[in-house]
Design a binder for this molecule. Structure first.
Ligand SMILES: [Zn+2]
Length: 619
């Protein structure tokens, strides 16, 4: 090799190593599951083998790993059971009519369990020990950074009779709702291990590829995550339309699914499922599996074109749906999102059926592609999902609400009024009340975005959402990631927003304290009563019916949004530095010309006292 070439190639090496060093500041683990499972539909017990190839992309050597064994939660005396007995407002779906924990009353044949019966690491036996819903595994040999290891496990499980997300024989008669059913490797990320016990909620998984063979009674129709690899052997509506399926000998069928780039794998099965499909134009194939129950068939047929519209709405407004399939399946105990699919209860009024489908499908973006840790940042998946599905419902169901997020604001004001609020940084299992968790995650989480639109402008908000998806898809984004995207898109500084809104229970309360006539002009006096800072849009309505707006930017955001009301003249006022409790500005018209003044006519700013936001003549 010529010396000049040598120098050049050495230089190239240097460049690539610098690039590699930069991109390794973010890393994530990788799993490849190959499972073979046999389900006994008479006693709801199942056995399986699992080959798991685990890639350690972390910079650390690992000497221990953890698996989740979620079904062990459904046993008398489990943490889930005890929590249910101690929380003030337990989930009604898990309580008997006498208001007792249903888990506590499950017999040996009714409870859930999932046990590893053997476990090898690269052919060597390892020590493993069950601690409730978590399996602690001391490795035979440590996995070095960048190393791969293969775990071979044999496991057995029983599906609980109590349905909480998963379980057997749901109230609507669905035989098997199988989520969190397999030994699932816990995630290890930049914060360390996330081997949370299964107490109530929710999930965090490792990205990877799944290859699952499921053997089950041949009368059962199966749906869930993953593409069916053998549709012509299985049939049940998966075969190419108009083709014949070979009759299988024996009592069972083996279904072979593959799900690439997911962090979870769900399936559901029932002997009475109807199965419809609908191809979305330039989108995925939709599958609908629901009970052959005459009371619901009509709604489930009408749901199908609406689901296609929702799919298009989300793909357009967030980013393209990255899989070729999505399944809406009747099962579970309400609505829950899974990879490429959802389980929802199906005996609902039409609006509610579309609403739950919209919410769960939106989770395909905010959780199943943008995989935030739901236990720690529950507001990022439940809240963002609520935000985008509120917009989608407004359009698809032609609700035409002026403020599609109205319900979220109402819920949040109610929580603040109750005095039970805890900051959104609370672990999802550690809220005093389920009520406080629900509002913090869904409503306050949704307002994080709708109110961000008030701060940076609606166009910038939607640009933030799309950019967030583009940059963090198939990763584990954190609160700071979404804030940074919003900052880059808007040019504003938003740390104050993330901090006050998500890490404290500080509230927003701005007030108009009065108007004063001064030399033929009008001075408007304002006060910041709450601790949380905000920029202000102020609308002035004159006696002649004309309107004008004023904008008081917050100094610490170091920027200004575009005029949200281009139909009116807007005056950009001096910044309002947060520490000053009061602020005044002047309207160049005499006071008798002014009919009303209002802070934030959009009502997207979550001001907890709306009454003092308005000044009206004669009041
Ligand atoms: Zn949700």
């Amino acid at each position: 090799m010529h010396s000049i070439l040598k120098i050049l190639s050495a230089f190239c090496l240097l460049v690539t190593s610098i690039v590699a060093a930069q991109s390794s500041s973010y890393w994530q683990q990788h799993v490849d599951y190959t499972m073979e499972v046999t389900m006994n539909v008479d006693n709801y017990q199942y056995t399986g083998t699992q080959k798991l190839v685990y890639t350690n992309n972390s910079p650390e050597e690992l000497s221990r790993v953890y698996y989740h064994l979620y079904f062990n939660a459904f046993q008398p005396g489990s943490e889930m059971d005890i929590r249910l007995q101690n929380i003030q407002d337990p989930d009604g779906r898990m309580m008997t009519q006498e208001k007792k924990s249903r888990i506590a009353s499950l017999s040996d044949e009714e409870m859930g369990y999932l046990h590893a019966t053997s476990l090898l690491q690269d052919g060597e036996k390892v020590d493993f020990q069950e601690e409730g819903t978590v399996l602690v595994v001391e490795l035979a040999k440590p996995i070095p950074p960048g190393g791969k290891t293969t775990f071979d496990m044999v496991f057995r499980g029983q599906v609980p009779l109590q349905v909480r997300r998963s379980g057997r024989n749901s109230e609507e008669g669905v035989a098997l709702s199988m989520s969190q059913w397999y030994p699932k490797l816990a995630e290890y990320d930049f914060e360390g291990w996330h081997a949370d016990p299964y107490i109530a909620r929710e999930f965090h998984g490792v990205w990877g590829d799944f290859d699952v063979k499921l053997t089950i009674d041949k009368n059962y129709t199966v749906g869930g995550s993953g593409y069916l690899q053998n549709p012509q052997e299985v049939g049940h509506g998966y075969e190419t339309p108009g083709t014949k399926v070979k009759k299988q000998k024996g009592k069972t069928l083996t279904w072979h699914f593959k799900a690439p780039k997911v962090h979870d794998f769900m399936w559901a099965a029932d002997p009475d499922y109807l199965h419809d499909t609908l191809q979305v134009e330039n989108g995925p194939m939709l599958h609908f599996l629901y009970k052959d129950n005459k009371d619901i068939i009509d709604n489930w047929k009408k749901l199908q074109p609406k689901t296609a519209e929702l799919m298009k709405f989300f793909s357009k407004n967030i980013g393209e749906y990255p899989y070729d399939q999505y399944s809406v399946i009747q099962g579970g105990d309400g609505g829950m999102e899974y990879a490429m699919s959802t389980l929802i209860t199906g005996e609902r009024k039409f609006g509610s059926l579309v609403g739950v489908t919209a919410h769960e499908m939106a989770h395909s973006w905010f959780q199943h592609v943008l995989a935030t840790n739901e236990s720690k940042h529950e507001w990022m998946d439940e809240g963002f999902t609520t935000f985008i599905s509120s917009l989608a419902m407004n359009e698809v169901m032609k609700e035409n609400k002026q403020n599609p997020f109205e319900g979220s604001y109402r819920g949040y004001y109610n929580l603040v009024g109750s005095g039970k609020e805890q900051p959104q940084t609370t672990h999802a299992d550690r809220y005093h009340l389920n009520f406080a968790y629900g509002i913090a995650a869904y409503s306050k989480g949704s307002i994080f975005l709708s109110q961000l639109g008030y701060i940076i402008g609606q166009d910038k908000l939607m640009e933030t959402v799309r950019k967030y998806y583009e940059e963090f898809k198939f990763k584990h984004p954190t609160p700071n990631d979404v804030k940074r995207i919003a900052e880059k898109v808007s040019g504003m500084e938003l740390d104050w927003y993330l901090t006050d809104w998500t890490q404290t229970t500080n509230t927003i309360d701005y007030a108009i304290t009065g108007l004063e006539g001064v030399d033929g002009k009008t001075e408007v006096n304002l006060e910041r009563k709450g601790l949380m800072p905000m920029p202000l849009d102020i609308l002035v309505v004159f006696e002649d019916g004309s309107q004008e707006t004023f904008y008081a930017p917050l100094r610490m955001m170091r920027g200004e949004k575009e005029n949200p009301y281009p139909q009116f003249t807007r005056t950009i006022l001096e910044d309002w530095p947060w520490a000053y409790p009061t602020y005044s500005f002047t309207i160049n018209k005499p006071m008798e010309n002014i009919k009303a003044v209002m802070i934030d006519p959009s009502q997207l700013m979550a001001d907890i006292d709306q009454e003092n936001n308005v000044w009206q003549k004669g009041e």
